[in-house]
Design a protein around this ligand. Sequence first.
Ligand code: FS2
Ligand code: SF4
Length: 553
Amino acid sequence: MLCFQCEQTDRTGEVPGCAGALGNCGKDSGTSDLQDLLLYAVKGIAQYAVRARDLDAPDDEAAGFILSSVFTTLTNVNFSPTRFVALLREAAAVRDRVRARYEEAARARGLDPRPLSGPAAFEPAPDMPGLLGQAAVARVDHGIALVGPDITGLRALHLYALKGICAYAHHAHVLGRHSEKVFAGVEEGLAYLAESPTDANELLARAVGLGHLNLAVMELLDAANTGTYGAQQPTAVRCTPVAGKAILVSGHDLKDLAAVLEQTKDTGINVYTHGEMLPAHGYPLLKAYPHLAGNYGGAWQDQQKDFAEFPGPVLMTSNCIIEPHARYRRRIFTAGPVGWPGVRHIANGDFTPLVRAARALPGFTEDGPEQFITVGFGRDAVLSVADDVIGAVRRGDIRHFFLVGGCDGPTPGRDYYADFALGAPRDSVVLTLGCAKYRFNRHDFGEIGGIPRLLDLGQCNDTYSAIAIASALADAFGCGINDLPLTLALSWTEQKAVAVLLTLLALGVRNIHLGPTLPAYLTPALVQELVDRFGLRVVGDAGTDVAAALERA
Ligand code: FS2
Ligand code: SF4
């Protein structure tokens, strides 16, 4: 096992990365190896898929499989070795189907189909020891002795961006939105990695290209969410319980939440959101359910305490799951890409077992004190008051905008983001998205002329809103995004944040404060390259960074 894909990775050894028996997230070595092998197999599908698509014989079902199976390998998504073995077998079958399509399409055009090598020729071993034995070729540092750590790091950057892209594209796909451009981009990116590229400039250029692809994916996801559930509306969300039976839904998948709400209608069971599901309260078609009762707990790293204390079942719909404690192991369920050994998985959208568990558990015996968090400032809500915002900037009432968002996490240094948001001057507005906001979203930031000083744009999945708002402001002021009085402080944990970062870099956004540490797979030379080309900054002291941002403006 070697895994260095997330911010939690082990940095104590000479070579950074989680190695040995267990990663810092709780992923065991065998599962990590199976994940690597699945990615290898998926690259093999992509090798044929690119060629089939070139011959007008795309296999969109295979593309959907690529998205969902890559999603299972993100940090804190799936820890179940049996699921990975099943996915590996399915991947080989999907690859065979795509290969047959390619061969048929080639022959139909009088071409001689070429058999491919590398991942495209991978055949999973029949048993676990065999599979684990095959994993060496799929390791993230495979070939490092030949190509060196810079190329290895750039390949990793490419792979992790693709992971984030696949996760976001999967969320759009389950809501019925996909595009040929996105499918083709993902397949091309994976097929490119299958060739073990060694050109640093090309790898970096392609990584930035993936930022553009991710922008298309974020736009697709925005259209999927707002097209299905309506545009987010400013909404005060109760963050204390009400008496009654209760279900807690965590993760990012709005479709799963909608299904739970529909299946608990008129049952007297209340549904609560946890972690990244908080912004769901802003969507008209979701908040229309009167039993969407409120938000419970904090960000994902608080889940072991939150879930243990919650008096009902819990559903994890995407990242970030942590090893379930005995206190709630029998009442937690997973859905979609998520998995944990021994935890019940609901694969078909029928949440009857969850509802049954809620009926059998005590629920809340009394109401908590009334407390609220306001969410729902997606692009439509913010742009509907764009004239007020622009006027406030022109009058000097709003001096600066800070976007403080991304992932939360257990590693030290994340208080920076709370210090940064809370340290923003009173004549500035703080935009936020992702789960990092739990460090400051209960604080009363006040208003500037009726405009709330804290605007929650949504999940990390809602990054498109931030880009749309920044672009609209830039248009209104007749300048570029970098000329706006806007500073970004990004917190990252997992691979979706990598895709978002590359999108911002692809758009030319400079001077982003990134932390709490930089990715371990980026060598000092690669970091310097990003600093030189994009003005990327590692977070420092929050007060100093806020002051420097105001000075730069
Ligand atoms: Fe937070 Fe975890 Fe949103 Fe990340 S719930 S760190 O995967 O996606 O952000
Ligand atoms: Fe380590 Fe992160 Fe990989 Fe888990 S996902 S094994 S914490 S690098």
